[in-house]
Design a binder for this molecule. Sequence first.
Ligand SMILES: Nc1ncnc2c1ncn2[C@@H]1O[C@H](COP(=O)(O)OP(=O)(O)O)[C@@H](O)[C@H]1O
Ligand SMILES: [Mg+2]
Length: 314
Amino acid sequence: MIRLEAITKLYAGAPRPAVDRLDIEMAEGTTTALIGPSGCGKTTTLRMINRMIEPSDGRIFIDGTDVTGLDPVILRRRIGYVIQQIGLFPHQSVAENIATVPRLLGWPASRIAARVEELLALVGLDPARFRDAMPHRLSGGQRQRVGVARALAADPPVMLMDEPFGAIDPIAREKLQDEFKEILRRVSKTIVMVTHDLDEAMKMGDRVALLRDGRLVQYGSPDEILSEPADAFVEAFVGPDRALKRLSLRRVDDLLAPGEVIGAPGIASGATQREALARLIDGGSEVLNVRDAEGRTIGHVGREALLARPETRR
Ligand SMILES: Nc1ncnc2c1ncn2[C@@H]1O[C@H](COP(=O)(O)OP(=O)(O)O)[C@@H](O)[C@H]1O
Ligand SMILES: [Mg+2]
């Protein structure tokens, strides 16, 4: 668990704090997305957690320990850190990059080698092919996977990620987000992720913390932020299509009615309700059959159910 207590950063010469008495608590094993307009203090907040930036005031607790008094070098070995431009060491192989923290911790070579293999497999890179590759030979997405493997190397309880998909093109980004979500679910870490992309925050975050001018304006589940914006600023930030965004958080499977409707088009189980709605508009149909991975129809979803306000469903 991470707890920030009145954490504040006043940069030298700045007229007002970049982060202003921020109180926030992030539960163990969850992902919190820090979001807000450029300059609102996201990166500063993130970097204070591993003390790459020293707070001017306030305290930070990780699992009950006040880390504002710890040696930052030791602290950073216990916190994985992933950044947008990945920051792989260019003259080191993929394996050497991943081994950075285990080496610092003095692990024996055999344990390091085994861990590197395990992590490459976890992030979907064939160890035989990538172990000895140099970073410049990799695509952006592959480098980002190596960056995540490196951050996970010593199995830190906490991972900090600053715009981890920022340098990836939009199509690869969606796929990488899906895969990271699955990887992060399996490793069960407390993750703080900075993004300026609302859809990304909603997709990746169990909870979303929205900052403005260094202050927390709303903190809640994606659904809470979209359904009950705390003020006009949040409402403007999430945009006029928040009802559609909410549909992106829900699966067709939650609206399943029994039976197949002969002649209706199909949609895959697991698709979002937003995708289903788009499909209905496209196809001029009233109903979609929902199909499992084997192509079997497991039920159908109709227009009325999709258009009902979520509060009145179920
Ligand atoms: N090293 C620094 N020195 C002075 N001001 C800074 C420094 N880093 C960031 N700032 C200022 O602090 C504010 C918050 O910055 P930052 O945390 O990077 O925002 P975000 O990540 O949300 O875009 C901005 O106004 C920025 O200009
Ligand atoms: Mg930033």
